[in-house]
Design a protein around this ligand. Structure first.
Ligand code: AAO
Length: 512
């Protein structure tokens, strides 16, 4: 009996680590601030056909609407109700998008804000995405409903009710993060509301959740909440599937709360990965690509089976969260493509690709004054649609990194090499490295100032392969470079450091 219970508990926690990707797919794309209608179209016209495993969507719950700063992106991180209504679209738009994405085998993961409601300074009225009245002043959110009794104020013992010290885990979990009204998740009533909210998303077909500010919630409370979640909708997922959970925990070391407190609950965002990858490709702090021979746990990252990894996220790409100048973003496109290529080729973690919009950066003393700017929008504040240009890039200031050929093709590469170990590592002791994934794929980087000119053992069957970075295989020809692999698995690579993309990748499906 005890064994059965143990197995049940263990099985349950394990299942929440599973993204439930379909058809051997391996990557998530974060379509930050996209409208639901655009996501639906993107699933059908691009993500499904190109083999993306899932999409992380912006918070679907109703949020405060801010005038100062005007319609900031981060208003979406201040819920006022659990109505499924936001500038991304209505509840019907959301449902339609989820089912259309599911139909083409692309999972949907919702970004959920359950630690808090709006900021304490949010005032009162109907300045909300869909007209719900609320009072931040009185801590009154009748659309849920939550009252002042449902918040943590009495549990926080700092002078102003704010988190003041990240070395005190009681503050981190019981006090307000930047003034956000902190929900009392140990209350049965609050747990019930949160469970209902998450279950309402499971009912319409999401595959799981990115759980915002997990660091600021007690793992024990989260465990109870997750334990009450329904299994995934059997229209799309096999019976008994638990929602995939990935906790947002920023742990760069040296604070009271560590990522490992959340490992039993699901996967966790590995922010060290993003920060270090930036250092490596920028060659800061004397970092070199050759030092990444033991990339992963060897670099002090969490175990691979626990990690969700990314080059940048919606916070650190604009200096929020664990932002820093090392973070690579679309603004540094050449290095960004290499870093994304490296991440997607390397077996560590579940990979998440960022898809951004452009905003008017304005640095004053190293800080972007416009780090608040919301998505491309019309004068009335409504979000502009994602348009697709004839060359398949996006218009209206949507960056669509996930559509950059080099990145899309590396998402495909990761699917093709799925399950294969890292193999045939080579480096020049500096910033030229190469590695394979069994006999299914091989990648070579030149981030040095000189040329790369070397013959390497790729571990691949002999033949002619198309490089999927400078081009790809189209019919029986390569649109970019060709790589000849001999019968002995060896191939010659020559990569100039002035190439627009100084890396080369081949895989089993790019063979002529
Ligand atoms: C906005 C305004 C505030 C206002 C508030 C309420 O900006 O001035 O008071 O509304 O009216 C986003 C925005 C916030 C925004 C918020 C609500 O980023 O600016 O506030 O929406 O609209 C912490 C959390 C982490 C969080 C991150 C931003 O731990 O969970 O802050 N990320 C998520 C979302 C994010 C969202 C929220 C949470 C809120 O992804 O988009 O906020 O729902 C240390 C700690 C981290 C801490 C950072 C930043 O990091 O370790 O836990 O993240 O500080 O406070 C080095 C260190 C590193 C350190 C970092 C500091 O890198 O190694 O550990 O420096 O930069």
């Amino acid at each position: 009996m005890k064994l059965v219970i143990l197995l049940a508990v263990f099985g349950l926690s394990l299942a929440q680590h599973n993204p439930h990707f379909k058809h051997g797919r391996t990557s998530i794309v974060h379509l930050f601030e996209w409208r639901w209608a655009d996501i639906a179209a993107e699933c059908e016209r691009f993500l499904g056909p190109k083999g993306f495993g899932g999409v992380q969507i912006s918070p679907p719950s109703e949020n405060i609407v801010l005038d100062h700063p005007w319609r900031a992106w981060y208003q979406r991180y201040q819920p006022v109700s659990y109505k499924l209504c936001s500038r991304s679209g209505s509840e019907n738009d959301l449902k339609d998008m989820i089912s259309r994405c599911n139909k083409v085998g692309v999972n949907v993961y919702a970004d959920v804000i359950i630690n808090h409601m709006s900021g304490s300074g949010g005032g009162e009225g109907t300045h909300s995405a869909c007209g719900s009245w609320f009072s931040a002043t009185k801590e009154d959110f009748p659309s849920v409903p939550y009252s002042y009794l449902d918040f943590n104020d009495n549990k926080c013992h700092t002078s102003n009710g704010e988190i003041q010290n990240y070395n005190d885990k009681y503050q981190v979990r019981n006090c307000r993060l930047v003034g956000l009204l902190d929900l009392a998740l140990e209350k049965e009533y609050v747990r019930g509301k949160v469970v209902n909210y998450l279950n309402s998303l499971i009912a319409i077909g999401v595959a799981g959740f990115r759980v915002d500010t997990s660091k600021h919630m007690w793992p024990g409370d989260l465990q109870v909440i997750y334990g009450r979640l329904n299994n995934l909708n059997t229209n799309w997922f096999s019976g008994g599937s638990k929602p995939f959970i990935y906790s947002e925990v920023i742990d760069l070391g040296g604070e009271a709360v560590s990522s490992n407190e959340y490992f039993h609950l699901g996967r966790v965002t590995e922010f060290k990965y993003s920060a270090k990858l930036g250092y490596v490709f920028r060659k800061w702090d004397n970092e070199k690509l050759s030092y990444t021979k033991n990339w992963g746990e060897g670099w002090g990252f969490m175990p691979s089976g626990n990690a969700v990894v990314f080059v940048d996220n919606h916070d650190n790409q604009r200096g929020h969260g664990a932002g820093g100048t090392s973070i690579l973003t679309f603004w540094d496109s050449r290095l960004y493509k290499m870093a994304a290529g490296y991440m997607l080729a390397h077996p560590y973690g579940v990979t998440r690709v960022m898809s951004s919009y452009r905003w008017n950066r304005n640095f004053v003393n190293g800080k972007d004054q416009n780090d608040w700017m919301g998505p491309p929008s019309y004068g009335d504040g409504s979000t502009k649609p994602v348009t697709i240009n004839s060359d398949q890039t996006c218009g209206n200031d949507w960056v669509c990194e996930h559509r950059w050929r080099q990145i899309t093709n590396m998402v495909i590469f990761r699917n093709v090499v799925n399950g294969q170990p890292l193999s045939n590592w080579w480096d020049n002791g500096n910033n030229q490295v190469a590695f394979g994934r069994g006999n299914r794929g091989f990648i070579v980087f030149n981030n040095d100032n000189g040329e790369l000119n070397v013959t390497l053992n790729t571990g691949m069957p002999g033949g002619t392969y198309c490089d999927v970075i400078s081009g790809q295989k189209e019919g029986s020809r390569c649109t970019g470079k060709q790589i000849q692999v001999g019968g002995d698995g060896r191939a010659h690579f020559r990569i100039s450091n002035s190439d627009s993309d100084p890396f080369v990748a081949i895989h089993a499906d790019s063979k002529l």
